[in-house]
Design a protein around this ligand. Structure first.
Ligand code: NAI
Length: 250
């Protein structure tokens, strides 16, 4: 392949980012825009999406909302090439702490949400020459973390779902990968910290979990997502890319 300017990498392509209104999703939106994509941010609260991005209200828990949002993207932007399934919520606790409602709520967003958005996007992705799905997993799927039973189970399902979807759609030219971040300092982490009796001690533990001694930045995750989503990553499918400051293997 001839050298391609990073700024041109996504030229002519349309990307959807769920949870694109804040945190990691917002950083992904900005990275893809910087590389030339037309981007739609699908979020229950898309008000944080930057100017020039199509901000579409969407709740990934609701199939009708998802179908309507994908239809809006295609009617406004003409096509769909890249889906970043990033919307996700956290849960803290051991199996004894969590209710059936907690299990339903988190799995509905973190796992079934990916299936809903991907299913709605699939007919359009089949028409693209650069089709890619990137799911947001977590190192919680790969290593035991304290008090993350439900969250870890949801992200373990994301990992398995990624490999299964990659298998089902490889023959159609649709690549499916996931990114597995370590702890990333976003509103998600601040809200989780607030549930601990000693948030300062917990934050120090979260920093120390990464061998690099600090949390991962949203921009570092976005860079990895952009790689997996890029047409230049044509041989990369059915993989999980850790962006974890060494938390999993060091
Ligand atoms: P965040 O809470 O900062 O942002 C999440 C965004 O998703 C928000 O804009 C929110 O409105 C949106 N959202 C939530 N529920 C939604 C729904 N039902 N439908 C549509 N949008 C919805 O979270 P953050 O940290 O940016 O996390 C993004 C993803 O990264 C999640 O899947 C999370 O599990 C994952 N992750 C986060 C890590 C972290 O340490 N922050 C580490 C590993 C993975």
């Amino acid at each position: 392949m001839s050298p391609v300017e990073p700024s041109q990498e996504f030229a002519g392509l349309v990307a959807v980012v769920t949870g694109g209104g804040a945190g990691i999703g917002l950083a992904v939106v900005e990275e893809l825009v910087a590389r030339g994509a037309h981007v739609a941010a699908l979020d229950v609260d898309p008000s944080g999406a930057p100017e020039g991005v199509l901000a579409v209200p969407c709740d990934v828990r609701d199939r009708a909302s998802v179908d309507a949002a994908i239809a809006t993207v295609v009617s406004e932007l003409g096509q769909l090439d890249v889906v970043v399934n990033n919307a996700g919520i956290s849960a803290v606790g051991t199996v004894e702490d969590l209710s059936d409602d907690d299990w339903s709520r988190v799995l509905d967003v973190n796992v079934v949400g990916i299936a809903r958005v991907s299913a709605a996007a699939m007919p359009y992705l089949r028409r693209s020459d650069a089709a890619a799905i990137v799911n947001t997993c977590s190192i919680a799927a790969l290593v035991g973390l304290p008090q993350r039973t439900l969250y870890a189970a949801s992200k373990g399902a994301v990992l398995a779902l990624t490999f299964a979807m990659a298998t089902d759609h490889v023959g159609e030219g649709i690549r499916v990968n996931c990114v597995a971040p370590g702890t990333v300092h976003t509103g998600f982490v601040d809200r989780m910290l607030a549930t601990f009796p000693d948030p300062v001690k917990e934050k120090a533990a979260m920093d120390a979990r990464q061998a690099i001694g600090r949390m991962v930045t949203p921009e570092e995750v976005a860079y990895a997502v952009a790689y997996l989503a890029s047409p230049r990553a044509g041989s990369t499918t059915g993989t999980s890319l850790e962006v974890d400051g060494g938390a999993t293997h060091l």
